[in-house]
Design a protein around this ligand. Structure first.
Ligand code: PLP
Length: 482
């Protein structure tokens, strides 16, 4: 176990890089003796090498796409090319500030403007806001736009319909916008039951929220009928773009009749994520919803880019400035590098890889559906029940083999769900190793179920009480042994 850096502190030890402190340190000393900074901060005292070793060790305890396979379904943990980071770190980008004058920021504004145009082509939604910082915030923004639209038409509505397979953030976002949420059941194929939807949808329905492919990894083949049904009743159709990695360059939500969507730029368009950000839940809308977008939006007049703040029905701001700008730079770099051809090949390979795992794991787990999957595949671990084992035990045992577990217990409509999304960036060798590890775990379950029940065994911390951690989080720092 690695001690906290505070526990490693030795009184009087320090590291100073600068031989001749000169003016800068003089000023620092003055600041410290002024009222602005406290002298008695209990900061640790350590030498440079102590600090370097401490953080290098910690970084190697961390798990990421750069260390091993990460098939976390619905999260699209694809490899994030390093050139994205290098581009986002160019001095012109990192030294700019949103409070600078527009004329100083032409390059940054041009990038956002061009990105909007590219995403418009990819999604079929002509206008975007980049303020929301996560998919969930994008949903919330989208729902605020939906609400403002109906209110503008003097027909406020009170409910939003989501499928029973939907991601938890969908009903949560609708509820946070003050809507009643109604579930529509999936049929035996795992698709939205259109007849049941037809019964639920009425003139009080503000929107239907869908993701396509859905959370079972299946393409909603009835999408055109669904859209027609929603529009006939005056409801809007919201697209949760978290699963867009399956469709890039092949088709788009605009063609399917969607009115408003969010993209998870940090998933589909490759920014490292999973540690809480920074992310981007860019929201795209059809032409009729443009005037409801958060402000500012970016316009081009002649050769100049400018910020437009006077959108007629704007819902206001949902975040400072333009959201997480560095994520937009990474998205832009990613799109330029792949181009049209590369983008649609990314989706082809994402689907191919998922279908390969779908086939190869047929004897290990129970497929959740008979339909061919798109970019992710869902299984049930109910066949481990005989040994008293659960999806959780398989997930924990995978950690011992150095593989990040798939998403567990989601979607909720599949018992003991394991949702596997390999993404396009994984090689066949990696997928084959995953399959052989899964087969090995199946054998272990039959021979020695206890091995799974108590996994992981090779990690710093063993099996944790996750319920207790969630219900009674204790984040206070205690000295070891206290
Ligand atoms: C990840 C995800 C979201 C939420 O996106 P965040 O960026 O994590 O807030 C919504 N819907 C689906 C289907 C997702 O996979």
């Amino acid at each position: 176990m690695e001690n906290l850096i505070f526990e490693k502190s030795v009184k009087g030890r320090f590291s100073r890089y600068v031989q001749d402190p000169g003016i800068a340190l003089d000023r620092a000393d003055k600041l410290i003796s002024s009222q602005y900074l406290r002298k008695d901060l209990p900061l640790p005292s350590l030498g440079e090498l102590d600090v370097v070793r401490h953080y290098t060790r910690l970084s190697s305890l961390n798990y990421g796409v750069d260390t091993n396979f990460y098939p976390l379904g619905s999260c699209t943990m694809k490899y994030n090319p390093k050139i994205n980071e290098q581009t986002a770190a160019l001095p012109g980008f990192i030294s700019s500030h949103p409070l600078q004058d527009e004329s100083d920021l032409q390059g940054c504004l041009a990038l956002i403007y061009d990105l909007e145009k590219m995403l418009a082509e990819i999604t079929g939604m002509p206008y975007f806001t980049f303020q929301p910082c996560a998919g969930a915030q994008g949903e919330f923004t989208g729902m605020m736009i939906v609400r403002a639209w109906h209110e503008h038409k003097k027909q406020p509505r009170s409910k939003v319909i989501v499928p029973d397979s939907s991601h938890g953030t969908n009903p949560a976002s609708a509820a946070m916008c003050g809507y009643k949420v109604e579930m529509v059941e999936s049929n035996s194929r795992g698709l939205v039951d259109i007849d049941k939807l037809a019964e639920k949808i009425d003139r009080d329905t503000a929107a239907v929220m869908l993701t396509n492919p859905n959370t079972l990894g299946l393409f909603e083949t009835g999408i055109m009928d669904l859209a027609e049904l929603a529009h006939k009743k005056g409801a809007l159709l919201y697209y949760d773009g978290a699963n867009f990695n399956a469709l890039l360059g092949k088709t788009h939500p605009g063609k399917m009749g969607f009115d408003v969507l969010h993209l998870n730029l940090h998933k589909t368009f490759s920014t490292p994520h999973g540690g809480g950000g920074p992310g981007s839940g860019a929201v795209g809308v059809s032409k009729k919803l443009r005037s409801f977008l958060p402000v500012p939006v970016i316009e081009k007049k002649g050769k100049k880019y400018r910020l437009k703040t006077d959108l007629r029905h704007s819902i206001g701001k949902v975040h400072a400035f333009y959201g997480n700008f560095s994520v937009l730079v990474k998205t832009y770099a990613y799109l330029l590098r792949l181009g049209r051809e590369g983008l649609s090949r990314a989706s082809e390979n994402a689907v191919l890889n998922a279908r390969y795992l779908e086939k190869m794991l047929q004897d290990v787990l129970i497929p959740a559906s008979n339909e061919p999957c798109m970019h992710e595949t869902v299984f049930s671990a109910l066949n481990f029940k005989q040994q008293g084992l659960h999806a959780l035990d398989i997930a924990k045992r995978l950690i011992d083999y150095g593989i990040h577990p798939p998403t567990m217990y989601f979607p909720l409509i599949v018992k003991e769900a394991l949702m596997i999304e390999p993404t396009e960036t994984e090689s066949k060798e990696t997928l084959d190793r995953f399959v052989s590890v899964m087969k090995k775990i199946k054998q272990e379950a039959e021979l020695d179920p206890e091995l799974l029940k108590t996994a992981p065994h090779n990690t710093e911390l063993k099996r944790l009480d996750e319920v207790k951690a969630a219900r009674f989080p204790d984040l206070r720092w205690k000295k070891t042994g206290e």
